[in-house]
Ligand binder design. Structure first.
Ligand SMILES: Cc1cc2nc3c(=O)[nH]c(=O)nc-3n(C[C@H](O)[C@H](O)[C@H](O)COP(=O)(O)O)c2cc1C
Length: 184
């Protein structure tokens, strides 16, 4: 199989980690991948807070109800539209930061790491908690918390391809319908 597709299919949410710390160079590679992402008008309205402090990680585990994972590192993906005067940054920061986050998740697979995205924005209480623990100012919004570590569980590679979700040449026509119409 094509190695890029294989890496994408192997990305799964990992919720159990070994105690092995993540090498700082690997964390930096993940951030290199993040900042290679496209963004609207190339505004790059993102910032990243890397957390490996066990006390702060314990706080995340304790205070985020869906975020109780034992990873040795976490990356808070943040939106900061004020980085750019371009209105595209304010309009599209969620998409821009999401695609940067996905780059981290995919790159992690190729480095032998596991990840899971814990949703933060737009849940006000989660935003408040993460802002406090990560020390974020008001104009910086945490989109998500990405746990990173060496996996202590295995999950099969997969796509979730479903042809019913695909509409060719316009909504409602699936591939088979489109083909039979072409034949008429
Ligand atoms: C925006 C977003 C928020 C998520 N929030 C959580 C979360 O709070 N806790 C968690 O364990 N997984 C979370 N996930 C992971 C999803 O549950 C997971 O991606 C989904 O079940 C599919 O499984 P897979 O990642 O192994 O393909 C989140 C994923 C996304 C994209």
């Amino acid at each position: 199989m094509n190695p890029t597709l294989e890496t994408i299919f192997r990305r799964r949410s990992i919720r159990k980690y070994t105690d092995q710390p993540v090498e700082p160079e690997k964390l930096e590679s993940l951030l290199q991948a993040a900042m290679a992402a496209p963004s609207a008008m190339n505004c790059k309205p993102w910032e990243f807070v890397v957390i490996t402090d066990p006390e702060k990680l314990a706080q995340f585990r304790k205070r985020l109800i869906f975020g109780n994972r034992n990873a040795p590192a976490a990356i808070v993906v943040c939106g900061n539209p004020s980085i750019s005067a371009n209105p595209a940054a304010r309009l599209f920061w969620v998409q821009d930061c999401s695609i940067a986050a996905e780059n981290i998740l995919i790159a992690a697979v190729s480095l032998g790491l596991g990840t899971v995205w814990v949703g933060v924005h737009p849940v006000a209480e989660f935003v408040r908690v993460v802002r406090e623990i990560a020390g974020l100012p008001k104009h910086v919004t945490p989109l998500g918390l990405l746990y990173v570590g060496y996996p202590a569980e295995e999950k099969p590679a997969r796509t979730q391809y479903d042809e019913k979700r695909v509409h060719w040449q316009g909504y409602k026509k699936n591939k088979r319908q489109a083909k039979s119409q072409e034949a008429k």
